[in-house]
Every structure is written in structure tokens, then in C-alpha cells.
Design a protein around this ligand. Structure first.
Ligand code: MN
Ligand code: MN
Length: 296
């Protein structure tokens, strides 16, 4: 179990991520730049004295996850877009990870968006110490099918450990037969994805998000200075050049990828270009009922 001090860090990270998510979702309108939403969300998290647990993901339509706008991204939301805002705050390594989905201007995908929301919120009713992991998947899948949609089978929720965003157990979005149970003291993110497509994502182009893969001495002192900055600022967490307060960060990131020091995350794209919605909360498993740290 977490100490009182650790729990207060986890709660602060959760509250901050939740408020940042709401702020970001409220900004999503026709003509608004993806860049401006990402900057606002991350600025809010940092302004509260938290670190970024990962760059604000803004994934549109068939892109399920792992896109964050680059510094030069001029793209704007268009009417009919289905937009996932997924953000994370960090306090002393404790993380709040949360996401929601908005449709821009139209109401063609209300049922899709409701399906992932209902799945997450129905699961919240049963999550606690002793809940079998496959039971969460079963409930998610059931909620998706009720709405006439599919869960994305190869995207999972995950345990979160200090300074480790994807640690330990994976929480499937379908009944996968995993009879392991959640135990007290765990922190888990549960994130159902709904689609009207195939129910599988494929790797697409890189989405501007990177993490440290292998640390080694760099010949170029500026590149080394950038690496030291990024490691100090983001620790073990994923990050992107846009969030770096460092000159020429985009160029340094490219250099470090080339040297194998950083590795980039591909975007996850729905296999049949189906629309995708996502809802996510972070849970602290303490007894029979878990505490949701990223409410509302
Ligand atoms: Mn997330
Ligand atoms: Mn997550």
C-alpha cells in the first residue's frame, strides 16, 4: 500500500491530469489548432507544479493514440472530427493518466463516444482488490457490443509504478482469460477504446513522441547537453520536442533517434480506418472498491 505521503502525490497528479483533460476537451472546436490545445494542457499541468508523464496526445478519427503535434504542426480541428485528448501529470513519479473524446461540431458519433465512456464507467463499479483482470475485459467488451461497436483488442490498460508508466499487468479490453486478480496497493489505468472498424490498430508513422532507449556518451556537446536536459526534465517518461524548453529541440531529438539513444513511438491507426473513441481513468486499488484518482 502507498504511504499517506505517496497517496497525496498520486491524488495531486490525478486531480491535475483530470483538470487538464477537461480544459483540453473544452478547447476542441472547429478551426482550433491541435498545437494550441496540447500547449495549453501541458502548460496547465506544469503550472500546477507537476511534471508531464507523457506529451498530451491528440489523436483524431482513425488515429487511436500516440500522436502529439510538433512545433510546426499547423493542423486544425475540422467539423466531424472525433478527437481523443489523453494527458498525464506526474508528482514524484506518481502518475495520473486520463483521456476523453469529443466530436467537433456534429453528432454523428455520439453512440461510439458513449460506448467507451460507458465501458470505463461500468468497469469503475467493479474494480477493486480481487477483481479478475479478465472480468474487466469482459465488461468492456460487453459495453462495446451493446452499442454495436468493437473494442480495440491490441490496446490495453496498464499498471503504473513510480516513474514507470506501463509497468506490470496489462488490462485487456476483451475477455482474454487472464484469471490474475488486482491486488491492494496497485495503481492501474483502464482505457477502453471503441471503434466501428476492425477492432485492431496497426503501427503508422511516428507521432512525435519519444523515450530514452539507451544512454550513451554523445560526441556532439550540444546533443549531450540536450540529452541531460531531457533526462532531468522528463526522467523515464515519454516526451516530445515541443515540450522541451531547449533551443533546436526538434533537431536534437532527430539526432538522438539516429544514434539509438531515443526511440520514437508509432501512431496507432485503426486497421480499417474506423473511427475510434477512448475514455481513461487512473485507479488506486485500496480494498474492495478502487479510488478513481482522475475524476471527474
Ligand atoms: Mn492515457
Ligand atoms: Mn494509459
Amino acid at each position: 500500500m502507498l504511504t499517506a505521503e505517496e497517496l497525496s502525490m498520486l491524488r495531486k497528479a490525478g486531480e491535475t491530469a483530470a483538470a487538464a483533460r477537461s480544459l483540453g476537451m473544452d478547447m476542441v472546436r472547429e478551426g482550433v489548432k491541435l498545437y494550441d490545445v496540447a500547449q495549453e494542457v501541458e502548460g496547465y499541468i506544469r503550472g500546477k507544479g507537476c511534471g508531464l508523464a507523457f506529451p498530451c496526445n491528440i489523436s483524431v478519427n482513425e488515429i487511436a493514440a500516440h500522436y502529439t503535434p510538433s512545433v510546426n504542426d499547423k493542423s486544425v480541428f475540422e467539423a466531424g472530427d472525433v478527437v481523443k485528448v489523453d494527458c498525464g501529470a506526474e508528482v514524484g513519479g506518481f502518475v495520473g493518466d486520463t483521456a476523453g473524446t469529443v466530436e467537433v461540431g456534429t453528432k454523428r458519433h455520439t453512440a461510439l463516444i458513449e460506448a467507451s465512456k460507458r465501458a470505463r464507467d461500468t468497469v469503475a463499479e467493479i474494480v477493486g482488490a480481487g477483481t479478475p483482470i479478465c472480468e474487466i475485459g469482459r465488461v468492456v467488451e460487453m459495453c462495446m457490443h451493446q452499442g454495436g461497436f468493437k473494442p480495440i483488442r491490441n490496446l490495453c490498460g496498464h499498471e503504473i509504478k513510480p516513474y514507470n508508466l506501463h509497468a506490470g499487468v496489462s488490462i485487456p479490453n476483451y475477455h482474454n482469460g487472464d484469471s490474475d486478480k488486482l491486488t491492494s496497493g496497485m495503481v492501474v489505468a483502464i482505457e477502453p477504446f471503441a471503434t466501428n472498424g476492425e477492432g485492431i490498430v496497426l503501427n503508422g508513422p511516428l507521432g512525435n513522441i519519444v523515450r530514452i532507449q539507451r544512454e550513451r556518451k554523445l560526441a556532439d556537446p550540444k546533443a549531450q547537453e540536450f540529452f541531460d536536459y531531457a533526462k532531468g526534465e522528463f526522467k523515464t517518461f515519454p516526451f516530445c520536442a515541443r515540450s522541451c524548453d531547449f533551443p533546436d529541440a526538434e533537431r536534437h531529438v532527430r539526432t538522438l533517434i539516429r544514434h539509438g539513444v531515443l526511440t520514437g513511438y508509432p501512431q496507432f491507426i485503426e486497421a480499417r480506418k474506423g473511427m475510434v473513441s477512448q475514455h481513461e481513468h487512473t485507479f488506486y486499488i485500496a480494498g474492495e472498491r478502487a479510488e478513481v484518482t482522475t475524476l471527474p
